[in-house]
Design a protein around this ligand. Structure first.
Ligand SMILES: [Mn+2]
Length: 333
């Protein structure tokens, strides 16, 4: 019996909890854990909770899995299993409930470790893998996995590894293992191919047209602002040539900064967007955030100008550049 199963055996009401805007990696993992525990403990009340919605990119996967996620924790929740997030900072409603009722929780994740959250967990599995799904595949009993579970895990791995671009060896091995047992790579890719809707295309084009460009040594840093689809816009900017992209989303309540860098930039410079940029920004501007070395975001109480100049200075100092090495590029002529 796995450690996870052993822990679950002590609780009657168990919820597998997703991060906001749940992506295919999070949902594939959550579905696999739920299905595995339900199989072992048919009498228990076990379900998936997506407290802050499910991302559009997950919609085909969710209907394939037939997954009906709940929106909040039930009163009787005895155990919470968090997947694909380093802490509960992104889901304050769950964090409060867990704290108030002292609900024990398990952490299964592949982001940068949050020491406090990992220490308070009754069990945590945090590994530097391409995806949470790959970790979950390693944790669960493979002999009882059905095709649906495997297909969900394969889809999550394909999604989070960015089609095997991130450290591919172990993710390819895991996917190959599941393909031999009936999962389909073609179906996974098909479920992840969502025709961009008009508003996403619009956001990407607006984001590109509003770019403020900086040259930092040999690197190109793009800043832009949009009202939605920040991650998609950031990725679009790195796709067309930026080494680093920072997208600001500002509304009355707060400012959100979303960032992406290319793998080449990360490999050459070692600049980790999560620990070198987002964490210091969160400390400087009373915010919360985190993520991966090449994909991270933060919520801040600050203006766009403050955030832009602080971000540029964090990046320059990490790259060992002086102010003269940082040049604003005219983009309007
Ligand atoms: Mn993930």
């Amino acid at each position: 019996m796995s450690r996870l199963t052993e822990i679950a055996s002590n609780y009657e009401t168990i919820r597998v909890v997703c991060h906001p805007n749940a992506d295919p990696d999070c949902l594939g993992s959550a579905f696999a854990i739920m299905t595995s525990l339900k199989g072992t403990f048919p009498g228990k009340d076990i379900a998936v909770v997506a407290p802050d919605g499910i991302g559009a990119v997950s919609s085909k996967l969710v209907s394939y899995l037939g997954l009906a996620a709940e929106e909040s924790l039930p009163e009787a929740t005895g155990l919470v299993i968090l997947v694909d997030m380093p802490s509960m900072d992104q889901i304050p409603s769950v964090k409060e409930a867990v704290k108030a009722k002292r609900i024990p929780y398990v952490l299964i994740d592949h982001h940068v470790r949050d020491k406090a959250a990992a220490t308070s967990a009754i069990y945590s599995v945090i590994r530097r893998k391409s995806s949470a799904c790959e970790i979950v595949y390693g944790l669960l009993d493979k002999s009882t996995m059905d095709v649906k579970v495997r297909q969900g895990l394969v889809t999550g791995i394909v999604y989070d590894s960015r089609r095997f671009l991130l450290p591919p060896d172990t993710s390819i091995r895991a996917v190959a293992g599941m393909m031999r047992k009936g999962a389909s790579l073609r179906l996974a890719v098909e479920m992840l191919t969502n025709e961009q809707d008009a508003s996403e295309k619009m956001a990407r084009l607006k984001g590109a047209s509003r770019v403020k460009l900086y040259k930092a040594g040999d690197w190109l840093i793009a800043f832009s602002r949009v009202g939605s689809y920040e991650a998609s816009v950031a990725r679009a900017l790195t796709d067309i040539g930026a080494d680093l992209a920072f997208i600001i989303h500002e509304d009355k309540a707060a400012l959100r900064l979303t960032s992406r860098s290319t793998d080449k930039f990360y490999k050459r410079t070692g600049l980790n967007l999560s620990s070198d940029v987002m964490k210091p920004l969160a400390d400087a501007f009373a915010g919360q955030g985190g993520g991966h070395p090449t994909a991270a975001s933060v919520n801040l109480s600050a203006t766009a100008d403050e955030v832009t100049s602080e971000t540029l200075s964090l990046v320059s100092s990490k790259l060992g550049l002086s102010e003269q090495d940082l040049k604003a590029i005219h983009t309007k002529k």
